[in-house]
Design a protein around this ligand. Structure first.
Ligand code: URP
Ligand code: ZN
Ligand code: ZN
Length: 461
């Protein structure tokens, strides 16, 4: 199996140049000009196109029992959607609630689903939804199986959130194992009390979701996390960081030496809280946590990416249909399943609104869409760059494509698109996973079940 990508403009996080890429088996074996290929090689003409390393989404939910229902995608539908959008590796949360199965069983359960059905490569952040001696032993074993990151929640009281005692010991364990802790930072108790208050005042629509978890509630979560991380010098990563207040807390922590990295989401870059205020319950399509914020925050996120104090752009893909799922929260916003799906569109939106609008250069797009996630989560240089010896996960990107996002054409298994009718400039022409073409011009052409668990060594000691 060999593949030759000819004459593309290669873009990594640090370089841009025109060359050919030759891949033999699953890896890149040569980069140069005028490369010759043996007979039967698949040849792709990339003249006038960019060649990016396969993009990595460091925060997705696929199998997700949550808020009384289940997320809609399967590993098959999600990985197909990821691939047509240029994402070749997904990091999914193994997300078992506090009183669900033992952590070890949760991990095996999620792994089994992904191994059978994913068309793209994958790994997991292991959720720590409770902690005792048995959990510590199981987490130690899970790390030995190639999982070098944890996920914790400070929010979702009673379902996922850790007590402070558990948080303290999770940080201690993570440091000992060399694991980075990714964290959902919002104060669980304040949210519950605010929800009760708002509902008692008759404030039941989707627009009130924001007011039950305003920016300060998230910033308190970031501050809280960093205080506990500091006690053990643990490496932490704030997922879906939505607002200036939270970013400021993280940067204050960085200043005093806390090892913290920041993730934003494509939703926070291009949407704002007015979407959740749409009439006739349309706003429910835009309910996620932390909530969409005031528009003024968008510049803070773009600046953070440009100046590289925000490391990554993820999706927090959490797909719930409008009919029958979002509708569960009619008359009570606290029952709207949280999530704005965007796995398929992350890179096209980032390119259209970032690169085409002059907010990001191409190398920053690659850095925040792929390379930083690979470096932080132990995938680099196998993933996240274009180099000899790296996996041949490549995106030949057509900057001249013009189209529109629509639920009718998306591969995500969902009855709406949060970006219906939005114009897109550019999209992946060809996407390869370990040397095989998996997507072409918006169509999936790969193999379901070919995706592999990418094992990762702990590096955050
Ligand atoms: O609204 C969200 N973010 N849904 C998914 C669960 C989570 O908090 O990441
Ligand atoms: Zn979260
Ligand atoms: Zn999430």
């Amino acid at each position: 199996m060999s593949l030759l990508i000819k004459n593309g403009r290669i873009v990594t996080a640090s370089e841009q140049y025109t060359a050919d890429i030759y891949c033999e088996g699953e890896q890149i074996t040569r980069i140069g000009t005028n490369l010759e290929a043996p007979p039967k090689t698949t040849v792709i003409d990339a003249t006038g196109k960019y060649v990016f390393p396969g993009f990595i989404d460091p925060h997705v939910h696929i199998y997700l029992p949550f808020m009384g229902t289940y997320a809609k995608d399967t590993h098959e539908t999600a990985s197909k959607a990821a691939l047509v959008g240029g994402t070749t590796t997904m990091i999914e949360m193994v997300c078992q609630a506090r009183n669900q199965q033992p952590l070890a069983d949760g991990f095996e359960f999620w792994l089994n689903k992904a191994e059978k059905n994913s068309a793209c490569d994958f790994t997991f952040h292991q959720t720590v939804s409770r902690l005792d001696k048995e959990c510590e032993d199981q987490l130690t074993e899970i790390v030995k199986k190639g999982i070098s990151s944890f996920k914790i929640f400070l929010a979702y009281k009673g379902a996922f959130n850790l007590t402070d005692e558990e948080l303290y010991h999770t940080m201690r364990l993570a440091k000992k194992l060399g694991v980075i802790v990714t964290a959902h930072c919002e104060n669980a108790d304040i949210i519950v009390e605010m929800q009760k208050k708002l509902l008692s005042e008759g404030k039941t629509g989707p627009e009130w979701h924001y007011w039950s978890r305003p920016p300060r509630v998230e910033a308190e979560g970031v501050h809280h996390l960093l205080t506990f991380a500091e006690m053990h010098d643990t490496h932490v990563y704030t997922v879906h960081t939505s607002c200036e207040e939270s970013i400021t807390e993280a940067l204050l922590g960085k200043q005093r030496g806390v090892k913290v990295w920041i993730e934003t989401l494509i939703q926070y870059l291009v949407l704002d809280k007015s979407y959740a205020e749409l009439p006739n319950f349309e706003g429910s399509k835009y309910v996620m946590s932390p909530p969409l914020r005031d528009k003024k925050n968008q510049d803070v996120h773009w600046n953070g990416l440009r100046q590289r104090f925000i490391s990554t752009v993820a999706t927090d893909h959490a797909p719930f249909d409008y009919k029958g799922q979002k509708e569960m929260g009619r008359g009570d916003f606290t029952k709207i399943p949280n999530g704005i799906p965007s796995l398929e569109e992350r890179i096209n939106l980032l390119y259209t609104h970032g690169v085409c609008e002059g907010r990001l250069d191409l190398s920053t797009l690659v850095d925040c869409g792929s390379t930083q996630a690979a470096k932080l989560f132990g995938l680099f240089p196998r993933k996240g760059t274009i180099a000899i010896g790296s996996d041949a996960d490549l995106v030949v990107y057509d900057p001249d494509y013009r189209g529109k996002i629509s639920q009718k054409t998306q591969l995500m298994n969902l009855d709406y698109s949060a970006f219906e009718g939005w114009p897109i400039k550019g999209r992946p022409h060809v996407v390869t996973v370990r040397g095989e073409v998996a997507a072409k011009d918006g169509k999936f052409v790969g193999k379901v079940g070919r995706g592999k668990l990418v094992k990762r060594e702990p590096t955050h000691f």
